[in-house]
Design a protein around this ligand. Structure first.
Ligand code: MIG
Length: 649
């Protein structure tokens, strides 16, 4: 059961799509009003209570013990104790003596103190008097999550090719650079579905342009790649360069599409292209206009995009010169405070007529950019599109996926990727993944192989790295056939992964879950954070440590242990309990639940070669319900499921 509490005059966030009954405030005694503009919610926690949720936040799957701040922020120095990331996902579930979920539906800053002092108290501080609070009661944590997912609308449905392997690097500049990446993958027989184009494909980093010298014929180039089964995925940044004569800029100024400063003129902020204006994505008419701009790319045959810098990220503003932000320089532990003055300096005009500073509605900005692009692409294309954004809040999951931003090539960040996945799923973001191999810093061969073995199971599987880091494409390392083995597993598992993703999305369920959700009565499973359930049949237990030749795996029930190597799959039945499992760098081990099946297909060099129906069934079950379609149709429904039966072994 979900109950809604309305405080003040909330800003429309579009997060919840279902009609939820509104209760009067007396019904919620925990929620108290405090001085000024701050609302406080607090509740006691029993000793064993676990807290799930909060999507893109650091630390473990159990959020207890940490302090998290919802305030979308671009900080590439990811650390365990950083309070804010690029997305704000204000839903959590307390699983203890009492089990309930709460969603703080506001785009303003919210601080979640998840018993940081260890005194058995959870408290939430909202910097606004205007918000909706949804309280979800259910039988279990998983039940609470399913009810919540049922209230926020169906996840974005990407095309099949978006589940293929993607290669990216900040630094690919020309069509030749990209052709070389394609050729090298082909030469080493490493499967590949798309290559991302970072900011250098544009003319001086200006949105909706193409650098003609570097890409003399984008449409022809894209068509040539498509013949080989490859897609191009360009980046789009939030700010529009101030450049009279550019039609997008001119129209934006003429129609008043940009955020204003307090003098009432278009706010100026420096980002990659130099001084820019920020489109006011919170307005319907602005979203429509911005979404329509993607036509320059769809006209070239492009069907996938990544949206960046939409927290929004700011280098300097018309009021604050570069390098004059003392907090930024000293690395304030409450890092979102850094640019607060900037966010208070520009204003949105809401569709209800109110004016709000960006600070007050901050977490909606990236989400509404995603919505603008998603709705635009729906108008422009007749197929499903790929879209993933950096900034987000709940609601944006209906229009696109997200990636978890500028992580680093460290083992800690690989582990964080594992923790992020179920937490993001609880908040509706099924299509997500990290920069495989790490964005900042130099990746090692071992780290990339282990990271790929995790990414095999995340919907977005993209190798991406920053400029000035060592080359991170698989073929840059010794024995590329080892990389090929891991990535081929992804393609062989796609009949299963695609089917499970689509079923989860269509049922408004999770795709990746903590063990505790599938084995709620198992006290040990409840505390395990480095193993995950992927779809209804698979459990993964990845190796996350440098130098480790294997690991200890906990099996809550007897399962089929599947080992994949160059020769293919080997299955053995293993009992419940702890087990030491050796996993060489060029192998992947995963588990199939008792009584379940996994359809595996043949190897493919990209998804266009894949036959989702040509499968063999692994595991001990008797039947599997497989979702199948052409990979791009928009009419997706569970009716597309076919029952696959397995002859007795
Ligand atoms: O200020 O476009 O997170 O993936 O490669 C950095 C360059 C801007 C940040 C993104 C990253 C991308 C990079 N961008």
């Amino acid at each position: 059961m979900i109950t809604q509490f309305i405080y003040g005059h909330p800003v429309e966030t579009f997060a919840v799509t279902e009609k939820i009954p509104v209760a009067d405030h007396e019904a919620l005694r925990r929620f108290s009003r405090k001085k000024g503009t701050v609302q406080v919610f607090s509740c006691p926690l029993d000793e064993d209570a676990v807290i799930y949720g909060l999507g893109e936040t650091m630390r473990g799957i159990n959020k207890r013990g940490g302090r998290y701040i919802s305030f979308n922020y671009d900080d590439p120095h990811h650390r365990d104790d950083m309070p804010s990331m690029y997305g704000s996902h204000n839903f959590f579930v307390v699983d203890g003596a009492e089990t309930f979920g709460a969603f703080f539906d506001t785009p303003a800053k919210v601080t979640f103190d998840m018993d940081a002092r260890g005194e058995g108290v959870l408290s939430v501080l909202c910097e606004t008097q205007d918000l909706r609070l949804y309280v979800v009661e259910g039988e279990s944590a998983y039940d609470v999550v399913k009810q919540f997912l049922g209230s926020i609308g169906r996840s974005f449905l990407p095309p099949l090719w978006a589940f293929g392997y993607g290669q990216s690097r900040w630094g690919y500049k020309t069509a030749r650079d990209i052709s070389r990446v394609a050729a090298r993958h082909e030469e080493k027989s490493i499967p590949l579905d798309y290559i991302c184009m970072d900011i250098d494909y544009m003319d001086r980093f200006i949105d909706f342009t193409v650098n003609r010298r570097r890409f003399p014929d984008m449409a022809g180039f894209a068509a040539g790649l498509k013949e080989k089964g490859l897609h191009l995925v360009p980046i789009v940044d939030a700010g529009i360069k101030i450049e009279p004569g550019n039609p997008v800029y001119d129209e934006g100024v003429r129609e008043g599409y940009f955020c204003k400063n307090h003098e009432g003129t278009d706010f100026k902020a420096e980002v990659w292209p130099g001084m820019t204006h920020f489109p006011d994505f919170l307005q319907e008419r602005v979203r429509r206009w911005f979404g329509d701009q993607y036509k320059v790319y769809t006209d070239c045959g492009l069907e996938g995009f990544w949206n960046d810098m939409n927290e929004p990220a700011i280098f300097s503003t018309e009021y604050r010169a570069k390098g004059t932000n003392p907090d930024a320089e000293r690395g304030d532990p409450d890092q979102p405070e850094r640019h607060i003055a900037d966010f208070k300096d520009f204003f949105h005009r809401l569709d209800d007529g109110r004016e709000k500073s960006n600070y007050e509605v901050h977490n909606l900005y990236g989400a509404m950019m995603t919505r603008a692009s998603g709705e635009g692409l729906e108008r422009l294309l007749d197929k499903r599109y790929l879209l993933f954004s950096r900034a987000s809040c709940i609601g944006a999951h209906r229009y696109g996926g997200i990636w978890t931003g500028d992580n680093a090539s460290t083992w800690e960040m690989l582990r964080q990727n594992v923790y992020h996945m179920p937490s993001l799923n609880m908040c509706g973001f099924l299509f997500s993944g990290a920069d495989t191999g790490g964005f900042g810093g130099n990746c090692t061969r071992e780290l990339l192989l282990r990271w790929l073995a995790v990414s095999v199971f995340t919907p977005l599987m993209r190798n991406h790295t920053a400029i000035f880091t060592r080359n991170q494409e698989c073929y840059r390392f010794r024995d590329p056939q080892d990389f090929r083995t891991i990535i081929s597993l992804r393609y062989r598992l796609l009949p299963y992964l695609y089917s499970e993703f689509m079923k989860a999305a269509l049922r408004q369920d999770m795709f990746i879950k903590p063990l505790a959700f599938d084995f709620p009565g198992d006290g040990k499973a409840r505390r395990i954070e480095d193993q995950l359930m992927v779809g209804e049949s698979v459990m993964i237990a990845p190796v996350l440590e440098q130098g480790a030749r294997g690991r200890i795996v906990y099996l809550p029930e007897p399962m089929t242990e599947v080992r994949y190597n160059r020769e293919g799959f080997t299955c053995i039945d293993v009992g419940a309990g702890e087990r030491t499992v050796m996993t060489p760098l060029n192998q992947v081990v995963f588990y199939i639940r008792k009584g379940k099946l996994v359809p595996v297909g043949r190897e493919a060099s990209n998804t266009s070669e894949l036959d989702l129906l040509d499968v063999e069934l692994l595991g001990s079950g008797t039947a599997y319900e497989q979702y199948v379609d052409d990979g791009y149709t928009r009419s997706c429904s569970l009716e597309r499921c076919v029952i696959r039966r397995r002859e007795d072994r």
